[in-house]
Design a binder for this molecule. Sequence first.
Ligand code: NAG
Ligand code: NAG
Ligand code: NAG
Ligand code: NAG
Ligand code: NAG
Length: 480
Amino acid sequence: MVSKIKSNMHFFLLFLLITIFISTKVSDFSFKDLFDDCKNVQFDPIWVITNLIILVLVATIYFQTKDRPIYLLNFSCYKPDNTCKVSKQRFMYSCNAAGTFTEESLEFLRKVLEKSGVGEETYLPEGVMRIPFNPCMADARNEAEEIIFGTTDELFAKINVKPNDIGVLVVNCSMFSPTPSLSAMIVNRYKLRSNIMSYNISGMGCSAGVISLDLARNILQVHKNTYALVVSVECGTLSSYTGNEKSMLVSNCLFRMGGSAILLSNKRSDKRRSKYELIHTIRTHTGADDKSFTSVTQKEDCEGNLGICLSKELMIVAGDALKANITTLGPLVLPISEKILFICTLVAKKIFKVKKLKPYIPDFKLAFEHFCIHAGGKAVLDGVQKNLLLTEWHMEPSRMTLFRFGNTSSTSIWYELAYTEAKGRVKRGDRVWQIAFGSGFKCNSAVWRALRTVNPAQENNPWIDEIQSFPVDIPREKCV
Ligand SMILES: *[C@@H]1O[C@H](CO)[C@@H](O)[C@H](O)[C@H]1NC(C)=O
Ligand SMILES: *[C@@H]1O[C@H](CO)[C@@H](O)[C@H](O)[C@H]1NC(C)=O
Ligand SMILES: *[C@@H]1O[C@H](CO)[C@@H](O)[C@H](O)[C@H]1NC(C)=O
Ligand SMILES: *[C@@H]1O[C@H](CO)[C@@H](O)[C@H](O)[C@H]1NC(C)=O
Ligand SMILES: CC(=O)N[C@H]1CO[C@H](CO)[C@@H](O)[C@@H]1O
């Protein structure tokens, strides 16, 4: 209803202006007359005032119901300390030393690692790498603190906003929810104000980054003139698996530590100093389907070791969720020519029963310049590339993020955006599509428009020091 009123409002405003114009008694229309008339029209003051009041009223309603623009001021990604670096060799060494894995499992781990697209310089928390292996709550909390404060400190250094101005705080950490919560840790550290609206989301899987974004966006639509701080971290310390079930070993290999913090604003005056504007957030949840629901589960194996189990159907489920949401996103973002082609193919297929015709896959490269796809694993990236017909250039940020930082869960889409910036690819007006997948099964996307050309020389992000050495070649073979 509201959106209908909104879309009609433009016409209504125009209509009103025309009415006012005509009713100022410009009778026989010609430009010369108009000019003369303007000099000596007789305004009826009461009539003019009534019209003005109506105009102001309508304009107010229009601006009140219009969605507030949401700006991203700046964001930061966490770059862990060098002591946390794990090469494949060090990883295997720790697994060996842990003593809980059989020879067969170790061999399996090694194979998965080889083909995973994960490089030699990813990071794991110390709690996981320590020998002997016995992670505890204190380790997890240390890890969380280190990542959260590291990223948030960096973010505050980048932007000129007082912690006291922040009205909304969303913290998303999927596998770890201590008491007092992670959001309370942030409020305490930065002395945020007492009426802050804080949310700690957890257990939402790898797409939580976009979910927390969507939540912040909804809150910012209601509360005027505030800033929202969104922090995503992944704490793997307590969720690493020590059993020998193959389906649960996979995520051990891929998962790495990471964190990101972003600051959103709904003040119109912030447009000048912002990097991106949020255009759409779209969420799909296919959890009603049992196959989707059970595709990623945390459970105990037969020996009672807790771990995350990835089902064989994961890739199919992910493809379906993506397709569903593309169908929604397409009409919002695609240029007219692509929409017409799409409809024509559909009509040919459905009405004229042209059997051989393949469904038309719209060219999303026309709608976006940059793609940030959740780097869950190589198979996920390959699947998306095939579905969306993307080139290697478009996949580069995602593949390099997987290579350099591993599967950093909900934060990977921010490392990818940081890569794109570090490469100097972001130009004013560019559109960016962030796609995140997660357990549940969910596929969520966020669409951004760049408000300025990003100059990598002035940026500070985890890629800057080493960006010259990318892209690297990654062996192309089929894998998990
Ligand atoms: C943030 O989401 C990630 C994704 O987990 C999820 O694992 C993490 O749980 C969420 N964190 C938040 C904040 O929800
Ligand atoms: C948020 O933190 C509180 C404790 O401060 C906890 O009780 C609650 O379960 C947490 N919520 C989530 C979704 O983790
Ligand atoms: C990526 O890491 C998350 C968090 O541990 C995990 O839930 C997810 O299954 C991983 N993705 C893949 C494809 O392994
Ligand atoms: C974001 O932070 C970087 C510092 O890393 C700074 O150079 C840049 O100007 C900031 N961008 C905006 C739009 O404030
Ligand atoms: C098919 C499908 O589930 N599409 C969903 C994608 O996301 C939008 C926005 O949340 C939903 O409205 C659609 O139903």
